[in-house]
Write a protein that binds this ligand. Structure first.
Ligand SMILES: Cc1cc2nc3c(=O)[nH]c(=O)nc-3n(C[C@H](O)[C@H](O)[C@H](O)COP(=O)(O)OP(=O)(O)OC[C@H]3O[C@@H](n4cnc5c(N)ncnc54)[C@H](O)[C@@H]3O)c2cc1C
Length: 458
């Protein structure tokens, strides 16, 4: 019997999870697996790149979970520095460019997994391609940024205040580089509510970053290398610039090959990670998923999602049955000592959907108030008006606060109302939390607010 040939495009979280799962279920005599990766590395932690640039992680090799040689031991062939530049859906062939040898080959497939990930937004600003301007996406970007930081830049500017921009700011500050951050919106971390975002802006200033809000970058100046970043209001000297303007799904190849995109602009897949094209699967940052609160298709770029989708894709290709239920956008990050977390929807997102909500925000501490090391944290809860269904939660606080978001994520996942959360049997001991955990206090306050408003309707 002829072997089935599985071709994977993209050798990181989603693609290699799919390959590994498929291999676990189908032996090499039955299923040949070949992955093409245009970079030099496979299965690396992009999430660790800011920590490598900041010298928290000393060796980039520690960010690699599995090398091509390790995949080969599992009978998974990985060809790095190979870029797929066209997919023929009819003939079931991929055109692959060997970037080192500079030649192109046609590769047949029976099953194709598109796992091309996402790419940093690079708006058409003058000077954006100058040497010294870095985006952070693949491992090589992190290696190059680290090299630039090691060279001792005099001043850095971060463009964009999303979590990647903030993590890069932390890295540069920790390496002693004077750093400014320019953000076009009124706050950093625009996916959380303004009152919470303001706390993060304060945290950014507190670590010594010059923060310029509501300023759009007009040009990056320089000739041989970057010299300055110009906004409408000022010119900021810089010999190193990091772009943190957000990411978009890397769907150029899919789109040009006729693979259907969904409403969000990412590849449309069913819950088993199949595209509508026979034999074509897709997973990770390049696909869209259903948001479990809004019901809408979204394109979120998170390693948590990419790994799960890759696994599900591989289970199905391997002959099993698994489905991806959807996402809440649960995410955590930190700027030096300040942790930030969110799950579900923000007030702005709820407003766009036409939903009505109640909100409660509380100040509390991470441990018992008297316990050494206790730190402040603010927890905000959004619950649907009348029903009290939990719709979203956000946390900004110090050491030990952010991971509490997972309790809220679990509650939203299970469709709980804030009233039902009030008596959840959460753990307590003074080194870990106050006797009323901040999650419980915030849920109780939100439930009381839902009750009060309900009283007005009756
Ligand atoms: C700086 C940074 C920090 C992050 N921090 C977090 C975090 O803390 N928590 C979290 O959940 N997520 C985080 N993420 C997001 C997370 O890393 C991604 O969601 C995850 O890597 C997506 O995996 P993926 O396999 O879908 O895509 P990617 O990791 O983007 O991999 C896609 C791969 O495909 C290759 N490729 C693309 N096109 C082609 C082609 N045509 N031919 C061959 N190869 C191709 C690319 O080179 C790349 O290696 C972070 C991302 C970055 C950049």
């Amino acid at each position: 019997m002829a072997r089935t040939r599985m071709v994977v495009v993209g050798g990181d979280a989603a693609g290699m999870s799919a390959a590994t799962q498929a291999r676990r279920r189908r032996p090499a005599e039955e299923l040949e697996i070949v992955a093409f990766e245009r970079g030099r590395h496979t299965s690396y932690s992009a999430c660790g790149l800011p920590y490598y640039a900041g010298d928290v992680v000393k060796d980039w090799r520690d960010l690699v979970a599995r090398t091509p040689e390790q995949f080969a031991e599992q009978d998974i062939e990985v060809r790095t520095r190979h870029e797929v530049d066209h997919i023929d859906l009819e003939a079931r062939r991929a055109r692959v460019r060997d970037l080192d040898a500079d030649r192109t080959v046609e590769e047949p497939w029976d099953l194709l997994v598109v796992a091309t990930g996402s790419e940093p937004l690079r708006p058409p600003i003058d000077g954006i391609d100058l040497p010294g301007v870095y985006g952070l996406s693949v491992l090589q970007d992190g290696i190059e940024l680290r090299r630039a930081v090691d060279a001792g830049p005099e001043r850095a500017v971060i463009v964009g205040g999303g979590y990647i921009g903030l993590e890069a700011a932390e890295a540069l500050v920790n390496r002693g580089v004077p750093t400014a951050l320019v953000e076009a919106g009124p706050q950093v971390m625009n996916r959380i509510d303004p009152d919470m975002g303001e706390l993060v802006s304060d945290a950014v200033r507190d670590i010594g970053v010059e923060l310029y809000l509501e300023e759009k970058v007009e040009a990056i100046e320089g000739d041989e290398g970057v010299r300055a970043v110009r906004t409408a209001g000022r010119t900021l000297d810089a010999d190193l610039v990091v772009l943190g303007l957000g990411t978009r799904p890397a769907v150029g190849l899919a789109e040009a090959s006729g693979i259907r995109l969904g409403q969000s602009g990412a590849i449309a897949v069913n819950p088993r990670m199949q595209t509508p094209h026979d034999g074509v699967w897709a997973a990770g940052d390049c696909v869209e998923a259903q948001h479990l609160v809004s019901g809408k298709p979204v394109s979120y770029h998170l390693g948590t999602i990419a790994n799960k989708q890759g696994r599900i894709c591989g289970v199905n290709i391997g002959g099993g049955y698994a489905t991806f239920p959807g996402v809440l956008g649960t995410a955590v990050s930190k700027v030096c000592a300040v942790e930030v977390a969110r799950t579900g929807l923000s007030e702005a997102e709820l407003g766009e959907l036409g939903l009505e909500w109640e909100q409660a925000a509380i100040e509390s501490t991470t441990r018992a108030g008297y316990f050494p090391g206790t730190e402040p944290m603010r927890t905000k809860v959004l619950a649907e008006r009348r029903s009290g269904r939990l719709l979203g939660a956000q946390i900004v606080g110090r050491d030990g606060s952010a991971k509490r978001i997972d309790v809220f994520a679990t509650a939203i996942w299970n469709g709980m109302a804030v009233e039902e959360m009030v008596n959840l049997d959460l753990s307590y001991a003074p080194p870990f939390s106050p006797v009323w955990d901040p999650v419980l206090i915030a849920a109780r306050k939100a439930a009381e607010q839902v009750d009060r408003t309900l009283g007005q309707y009756l």
